[in-house]
Design a protein around this ligand. Sequence first.
Ligand code: FUB
Ligand code: ZN
Length: 630
Amino acid sequence: MPTSDYPVQPVPFTAVRVTGGFWQARQEVNRTVTVPFALKQCEDSGRLKNFDLAAETLRRRAAGEPTFQNKPVTIYPFDDSDVFKVIEGAAFALSMRRDAALEARLDGWIARIAAAQEPDGYLYTFRTMHPDSPAQEWIDPQRWLKDPDLSHELYNIGHMYEAGVAYFQATGKRALLDVCLKSAELVWRDFGDGKLRIAPGHQVIEMGLAKLYRVTGERRYLDLAKIFLEARGPGGKLYSQQHLAVADQDEAVGHAVRANYMYSGMADVAALAGDARYIVAIDRIWNNMAGKKLYLTGGVGALHNGEMYGAAYELPNDAYNETCAAIALMMWNHRMFLLTGDAKYMDVLERTCYNGFISGVSLSGDRFFYTNPLVYDGSAKNNFGGAGRAAWFGCACCPPNVLRTLADLTGYFYAVRDDSLYVNFYAQSEGSAVVRGRTVQLTQATDYPWSGKVRLTVSPDQPAKFTLRLRIPGWAQGRPVPTDLYGYDDATPGTWTVKVDGAPVRGALEKGYVGITREWKAGDVVELDLPMPVRAVHSHPQAAALRELVAFERGPVVYCVEGKVGESMPVDLTAPAVKTVAPEERKEWLGGVVVLTTGESVTPAFTAIPYFAWDNRGLAPMAVWLKREK
Ligand code: FUB
Ligand code: ZN
């Protein structure tokens, strides 16, 4: 156990299982469709073959062919990382449900990965298979030297560390973890003790090292994470957050995935190594992001050029909003919550989760969005070169990232600090948490996010006094986000209620939670009712692209209008007055959703679908923000 850690501890995803409803449907498709689909894509695209080619070069050179080398069969030197992310996601799925065939297939993959590791621990197929001259201009003849730019050597192994830990935790098998430890020892020899000083060009190894530290207790791995963070700035590239020392950064800038992974890594190091400077910095950066750069859908990274964060209030509707950036934002917000116990971070996480994250995968589980814009003209090739959802990408970072995020999503549901049990997600589920040594069973019955009624049964193994903290989402308090970037036209707080065993509970919110302190006994029932009126949203006046526009949301779900396949959207499409729009359940639509509609009585009839569900019925124009009625 680390000596210092997050003050709030997440309840592990393995302790919580969705039993129906929205997330159970998505997780089931993830397990049965996306996992096998992604495995096949990695194999068919040659990503696994790269490991074999690297192993062959090692073997044949060792056997006396000193000039033998192979050429990579895929495009990008970071293609190794997709394999690691798929293993990690599949491992999460295995943690929930063992599957001998899947495990055997992954064992085979891991043997191929291990065979591609050089004797001193170095693992990077693009160099190993082709060692005499770089097979790609992003790679320097010497190891690591172009990592601050684009080689992605440290990025790849960062993802491998995460996969190695996940597979070990799922199966108890050490093969991949041992490859990781051999790699980490090399990284220590090359970078530890103040040797080579390099700021990774693409962050993620910081989080990977923190996980290795947690699982082994080896302090040098945590030290390495800090060494990589401290290697930044001033004078380096802003694109990869190398422009300033991390403790001096105050704005969310540069490549959005790199940025959000780094802020997450800083949170890990702050928690595990007790560095308060990092907390001050990521708090400042978070305020900048949530106050000036966050899309209503919870996406970030406005710019197509460089996949980057834009300037303050630069929120064009044809946003880039990479799916990976949304996922990384969820990681960062979760860590901010674990540092502070403040619900505002989980509010942002929830917004991203139900909108700009889950939009990244089709309902069928085998088509993906790399970009998640808030407007679409019906034909633009904006999805990494293609129009509409794609089966895979040459640069395939997003699909495996969706896969792994869905597979361990229940890790976001609950958390514990001392005698407080935090309930962050509302979903039909069963779980258990340990609070002050008592095991508490938690059963949720709800149709969230379509209904705000939640029935939570709390059953400690013995009567126990603790505080149950229920998150009252910002949207239920009349606030879409915890900043002034967006607001509801009618900001009247919802009349939410909480009852315990039928008796109403009142009390001021603390950091966004209603706390209920009592002696809990098996079978106690908490009823939460979060009214979900349709809300009209406006943006901050400085967000020029959104001026005089309106968007609709209900509960945590943001809505969009989707036009007809093959037709363009009327340019003057005007939103109806919010009072004329009502929710309507459509069980037969899009896997079962609530739409917002004026009904047929109004001409022309207006119907909006959840944003995440667009482009599941054919490629058509789409818009989240609409003109305001005069
Ligand atoms: O550079 C590796 C990954 O590819 C990044 O995270 C994505 O944004 C894409 O550029
Ligand atoms: Zn991506």
